[in-house]
Design a binder for this molecule. Structure first.
Ligand code: 5GP
Ligand code: MN
Length: 342
């Protein structure tokens, strides 16, 4: 982790002190790191401030609803007018786990228009310049880890509430896939050690995040691996397509496909995997790589998306799932050298 800029910490301290209404926000299709960093910061701020709201652009998966305070989260798509007013009236706003207002779906215009002080705490590359106070570091495991570091500075290393520690640890565990990726620096484990001292139960969190799926979801995973995974060893690549028809057949619920994109990575020599999912009106892609092969670049350049070097997302609006797969296949020869050396 890079050292937190002290000037930004000082500005943030003042901004929090002076704020009468604070709004915390996350990205479209919020995941555990997004919800964890928001709730982690919420419980911390709530010790000294009133009138704090959390707004997500759209719904979040069922397996995150156990987090303390999750019932307080407002959803912009469901409660638009109320959320617009909260954003308009806020005098301090936080963008957690995303790097640009392009990432907040229908909430974008409201956030852009807001005249309050805007703060980013995030770990995605290429943050936009829409923020007044910025903590942006791609070397951390997760936005949650960075929020924790910011809280430690703000509180002058006082302990944080258990509910806060629990949400932060959930974000770290989820974004690292249980410490499988983005988790090779001592700082991550120092943060985890510190969080465990706040009486949080790691096994409970792991169970809530990863062991609460439906039978259908597990069967869908088996089906995709056995019937749908396409492996292209010459490009060290694998991809999986999930159609609307298959989603219906397996009673697909939002969040069910979480982690599927990583499955081909356990095959020897596979370093690039893509999960292609049909939605109403568009195709969503998840891209993952190992080593130097940059899926953030690939997604930005070809698939209307972005993310991190080893984990990115993208969308196609005018192609079918099969055409999207074909587009991907056509790109592989161009990147063969990079795929082989990654
Ligand atoms: P996922 O595959 O889980 O949807 O996304 C992987 C990573 O890429 C996450 O860090 C997510 O924030 C980022 N990401 C997903 N979709 C998009 C997108 O459309 N644009 C950008 N810039 N990042 C994305
Ligand atoms: Mn994240």
């Amino acid at each position: 982790m890079n050292k937190l800029p002290i000037s930004e910490i000082n500005k943030l301290k003042k901004a929090i002190e002076n704020a009468n209404s604070i709004v915390l926000t996350g990205h479209q299709n919020p995941d555990a790191d997004c919800i964890g960093s928001n709730l982690g910061f919420y419980h911390f701020l709530a010790q000294s401030k009133e009138n704090i709201k959390i707004i997500m652009p759209n719904r979040f998966p069922e397996n995150l609803k156990w987090m303390r305070g999750a019932d307080k989260i407002l959803v912009f798509e469901k409660d638009t007018e109320n959320c617009q007013q909260i954003i308009e009236k806020a005098d301090l706003m936080f963008s957690l786990d995303y790097n640009s207002f392009h990432r907040v779906g229908k909430m974008q215009e409201s956030l852009e228009k807001a005249t309050c002080t805007k703060v980013i705490i995030d770990h995605h590359p290429q943050p936009s310049n829409e923020f007044d106070i910025a903590f942006s570091d791609t070397s951390v495991s997760s936005a949650s880890e960075l929020v924790f570091a910011v809280m430690m500075e703000l509180s002058e290393k006082q302990s944080i509430p258990t509910a806060s520690a629990e949400s932060i640890l959930a974000g770290i565990i989820a974004d690292t896939g249980c410490f499988a990726f983005n988790s090779s620096t001592p700082e991550t484990y120092l943060a985890v050690a510190n969080l465990l001292e706040q009486q949080v139960d790691k096994d409970y969190i792991k169970g809530k995040l990863f062991d609460t799926y439906s039978i259908n979801r597990t069967r869908l995973m088996g089906y995709l691996l056995s019937e749908k995974m396409v492996v292209l060893p010459e490009y060290r690549t694998a991809y999986i397509i999930l159609t609307n028809e298959e989603k219906e057949k397996f009673g697909y619920q939002i969040g069910d496909s979480e982690g599927f994109v990583n499955l081909p990575h356990s095959i020897e020599n596979i370093i690039f995997s893509v999960f292609i999912m049909e939605h109403e009106g568009f195709v969503k892609m998840s891209l993952r790589s190992k080593g130097s092969f940059d899926v953030n670049m690939l997604s930005r350049k070809y698939f209307n998306g972005g993310g991190h070097r080893n984990a990115a997302g993208g969308k196609e609006f005018d192609l079918s799932v099969d055409e999207t797969a074909q587009k991907l296949i056509n790109l592989l020869p161009i990147y063969k050298e990079e795929l082989l050396k990654s």
